[in-house]
Design a protein around this ligand. Structure first.
Ligand SMILES: [Zn+2]
Length: 426
């Protein structure tokens, strides 16, 4: 929406009349991190390790734009630009206003071990702020973008599982996984979404075990929370993260699950739930991490409670043991916005996941789980494709259920006293 404001501003300055909106006047490079990205078209040559990003920026009252470029080697930029190696960014020459300005960037990218970009093992991992190691980007999830992705020169004999494109989402959602994959179709939801799992050699039984209730859970999310935003075909992709790397990553519509967790139903359903929270609704500040992870942790338990009650009961038991092992002082919901470094300041621990899940559980025990489902649906209807804060969630709960969860949120999300599992809201 910033673009519309900028156009109004252009129309308002009257001397000589405004330039046509599409006119391009070469501008000096200027830093402007506030100018958002509207959409990014990406193509990668996996053998040459080159890439091209065609980025459509939003309008801005100020000139310039800033992109994170990590350790990319920038080969060409279609507008004047200035690199700042200290901040690993480039500043671009865009005029003020200039709605819809498109910039094309050609670059070389590198492999990274672990979880900081594209790996030689065949998967990408950009969360939380490593997108710049793969393409010029904004890592802040507040700035969602639509994306298209094309891969060429996939290694012979391998399958690349990736989405050709999706609407407004955080930049860390962009991903590929390349391996010896076999697709197992699992079924289709009532809304018509096809659900599959892509497994690697010798993983069929594990893949079946982990996804036993995935179609039912996805169907429950679509019916209970709202329509899925990222396409009509979805599923789990088993990714060779390596021994000891558990969990998954919300690379919708084909979310990654580390091979070590492939057989775990909760992980598969949790990553699916991110299609609604974390991806479908982005977090406005890293401090709102609990709005992504606490909500999806709760929803995995809630969906399994409904579609496979015995599995759901086991999941809540395992959450309770995790809660018991969390230090009471671990950060869950810091009361600031983008001043916390999610990794260096230790916000990325189990605490936002598990205390977050038990916050929702406490609300459900107070107002009824079905009533809380209604609040989650209303929240998704209101904030889908936008960025939101945890305070917005508490407001939605109050608006739909009539219950003010502020004190309960203090108990579960900000207090350094840890309530016992299943303690309801007061
Ligand atoms: Zn998650």
């Amino acid at each position: 929406m910033r673009g519309f404001i900028a156009l109004l501003a252009v129309a308002a300055c009257g001397d000589g009349g405004p330039a046509p909106p599409d006119a391009y006047i070469p501008a000096e490079p200027a830093s402007n991190p506030g100018r958002g990205i509207d959409k990014t078209a990406l193509s990668f040559d996996l053998t040459a390790m080159t890439g091209r990003a065609t980025i459509d920026f939003e309008g801005s009252d100020a000139p310039g734009a800033t992109l994170e470029v990590g350790d990319l080697v920038i080969d060409s930029v279609s507008v004047p630009f200035q690199a700042d190696p200290a901040t690993k960014t480039i500043a671009l020459g865009l005029g003020a206003g200039d709605y819809g300005r498109q910039v094309q960037i050609e670059f070389h990218w590198k492999h990274h071990p672990g979880f900081e970009g594209a790996t030689a093992a065949g998967y990408t991992f950009l969360w939380p702020y490593h997108c710049g190691n793969l393409f010029p980007c904004h890592s802040q999830p507040r700035d969602g973008m639509a994306t298209t992705l094309a891969l060429t020169n996939v290694p012979a004999g391998k399958t690349a599982v990736y989405s050709f494109g999706f609407p407004e989402a955080p930049s860390y959602q962009v991903a590929w996984a390349i391996d010896d994959y076999t697709e197992l179709p699992l079924g289709t939801t009532t809304a018509g979404t096809q659900v599959s799992v892509w497994y690697r050699t010798n993983e069929l039984a594990t893949a079946q075990q982990g996804t036993a209730n995935l179609v039912a859970a996805f169907d429950w999310f679509e019916k209970t929370i709202g329509p899925y935003r990222f396409g009509t075909k979805v599923g789990t992709v088993s990714v060779k993260w390596g021994p000891g790397a558990y969990g998954g990553m919300e690379h919708h519509p084909f979310w990654h699950v580390g091979s070590a967790s492939l057989g775990d139903q909760e992980t598969n359903v949790h990553e699916a739930a991110h299609g609604w929270f974390g991806d479908g609704i982005r977090i406005a500040c890293w401090e709102d991490f609990v709005l992504s992870e606490g909500t999806t942790t709760y929803l995995a338990g809630r969906a399994l409670d409904v579609v496979a009650p015995s599995v759901g009961a086991q999941v809540w038991q395992s959450f309770a043991s995790e809660l018991a092992s969390i230090p009471a002082t671990a950060l869950v919901w810091p009361q600031s916005c983008n001043t916390v470094d999610i990794i260096k300041d230790d916000l990325f621990t189990n605490a936002p996941y598990v205390r977050g899940a038990f916050f929702y559980r406490a609300v459900a025990l107070k107002v009824g789980a079905a009533k809380l489902d209604e609040a989650l649906r209303a929240f998704y209807t209101g904030f889908g494709s936008k960025a939101a804060r945890m305070t917005d969630m508490i407001a939605a709960i109050k608006s739909i259920t009539g219950y003010d969860a502020t004190t309960c949120a203090d108990m579960w999300l900000t207090s350094t006293t840890k309530p016992a599992a299943e303690t309801p809201c007061p």
